[in-house]
Design a protein around this ligand. Structure first.
Ligand SMILES: [Cu+2]
Length: 140
């Protein structure tokens, strides 16, 4: 028992052990329609995110203007079980390409993030609303 507790503490304290965080993609679940679960992740630089097509016809792609400087944009194929490693700190806005206008988006914060940064003004209306709900930002 004691060993396990010490080991767990060492894992959390170590920046060298990268984690893989899982995100499921749904047409509908108890949270709503066209939705990532979870819709928000806070991860460490070097961690990976695995997008799982739990229900069909979704993907995961970075949104132009919503990735950190120096980060590489990515776009998975529809229905692809896709894992990406994020090394650049900052806020990533993720969209499902076919359902962006329906508000299928999520946020991944990597490392230290400027939480005051503004959302791009040209987002589809429902994507903007979903981001505001996820980030608990008041409508302007
Ligand atoms: Cu979708």
């Amino acid at each position: 028992m004691k060993f396990h507790m010490v080991f767990a503490a060492a894992m959390m304290a170590s920046p060298l052990i990268a984690e893989t965080h899982e995100v499921q993609m749904f047409n509908r679940n108890e949270q709503g329609a066209m939705i990532y679960q979870p819709e928000y992740l806070q991860i460490a630089p070097g961690d990976s995110v695995r997008f799982i097509p739990t229900q069909p016809s979704h993907n995961a792609a970075t949104i132009d203007g919503m990735i950190p400087e120096g980060a590489t944009p990515f776009k998975s194929k529809i229905n692809e079980d896709f894992t990406v490693t994020l090394t650049e700190s900052g806020r990533y806005g993720i969209k499902c390409s076919p359902h962006f206008a329906m508000g299928m988006v999520m946020v991944i914060d990597v490392g230290d993030v400027d939480v005051a940064q503004e959302l791009p003004e040209d987002l589809p209306k429902r994507a903007m609303q979903r981001f505001r709900d996820i980030l608990a930002v008041d409508a302007q």
